[in-house]
Design a protein around this ligand. Sequence first.
Ligand SMILES: *[C@@H]1O[C@H](CO)[C@@H](O)[C@H](O)[C@H]1NC(C)=O
Ligand SMILES: *[C@@H]1O[C@H](CO)[C@@H](O)[C@H](O)[C@H]1NC(C)=O
Ligand SMILES: *[C@@H]1O[C@H](CO)[C@@H](O)[C@H](O)[C@H]1NC(C)=O
Length: 126
Amino acid sequence: MIRLFILLQALALSSSELSKNKVDQTPTALIKHPGETVLLSCNHSNPSFDMIQWYKQSAEGQDLVLLAFVRFSYRDVEDQFEDLYNVSGTGGSQSSLHILKLNGSEERAVYFCAASDAQRCRNPQP
Ligand SMILES: *[C@@H]1O[C@H](CO)[C@@H](O)[C@H](O)[C@H]1NC(C)=O
Ligand SMILES: *[C@@H]1O[C@H](CO)[C@@H](O)[C@H](O)[C@H]1NC(C)=O
Ligand SMILES: *[C@@H]1O[C@H](CO)[C@@H](O)[C@H](O)[C@H]1NC(C)=O
């Protein structure tokens, strides 16, 4: 059986005050079997942030691909990923990315959550 290794990293998009912009993401790494579901969670404590975005990087050096985001209480999964991911939470504090169905090596990736204030962040990748 294939094992999937998912690495997680959290980042704060605004680099100016990194120490204040603490972002936590759990779990940090996990191995799953195809067909299983995964729930990744991310929270932050910056009161001026109201958006959390979820990205996936399939291989080192590749671009981050936006999967989903929550802005205030508005939730959105990118169209092409609607069957694979779901998102919950609110941008102001906490969000979870739900991988609905692990599917072969497709989902082997580094997942990033990014917290930011929505004003600074134009709607990424239409
Ligand atoms: C995220 O939530 C956990 C559990 O409630 C808490 O221990 C942690 O301090 C929180 N992190 C931030 C950045 O708010
Ligand atoms: C996605 O998450 C939302 C919010 O938790 C929930 O209402 C909805 O039923 C979920 N959709 C799927 C397909 O899991
Ligand atoms: C895995 O996901 C891709 C899309 O990302 C889809 O084309 C493919 O059919 C899926 N495979 C299985 C076995 O579900």
